[in-house]
Design a protein around this ligand. Sequence first.
Ligand code: NAP
Length: 178
Amino acid sequence: MSHKGRAAGPIIALVVAMGENRAIGRGGKLPWRLSSDMRYFREITMGKPIIMGRRTFKSLPRVLDGRLNIVLTRHLGFVAPDAVMAHSLEEGLEAAQRSAERTGAEEIMIIGGEDVFREVLPQARRIYLTEVHASPDADTWFPTLDPNQWREISREAHPPGPKDDHAFSFVVLDRAQT
Ligand SMILES: NC(=O)c1ccc[n+]([C@@H]2O[C@H](COP(=O)([O-])OP(=O)(O)OC[C@H]3O[C@@H](n4cnc5c(N)ncnc54)[C@H](OP(=O)(O)O)[C@@H]3O)[C@@H](O)[C@H]2O)c1
């Protein structure tokens, strides 16, 4: 199978950085500083539609450039300039799909947080997982993956760079073919 989903349209991919205890967030922020992962996140999401929950959007300093930012919220009154609001996952995925058709993007990137990852997981085909080699205190977590459903297709281990709190590994998982 090709890793690209072009023939059948864009695939849904999750992008997450997770601690060894499955931590992803604390107090509305990331529980670590990992500049190398921020750079990697930018590279893999650039030019693709990204979908996030309202709380994750609020944690960003600004709309992420070069990518269509789609924000899920159930509050009809919540609007943010330069981002598209969607009031259900389905509506968000439709907006992403339309954008990907226009631009030729091969992936719709789901960037969190916990609520959104849990809801999208059954539809996801790929996971860009940064394993952070630490177990910080947290209040938001990445769901457990069924090992029968996911295959590791690449892994790169990195020591911490000068602006990284911890060592980390970039891992890519694809959904197993049934
Ligand atoms: N480590 C990582 O890779 C990573 C990635 C992303 C985020 N995070 C962290 O995760 C935390 C945030 O995650 P979270 O789980 O608290 O919040 P979240 O998933 O970012 O946002 C939840 C909100 O999204 C909206 N929402 C979710 N599903 C929806 C649906 N189907 N339809 C309409 N709206 C929907 C709701 O907004 P309304 O309340 O407005 O209705 C809900 O309250 C932060 O600490 C953040 O830093 C970590």
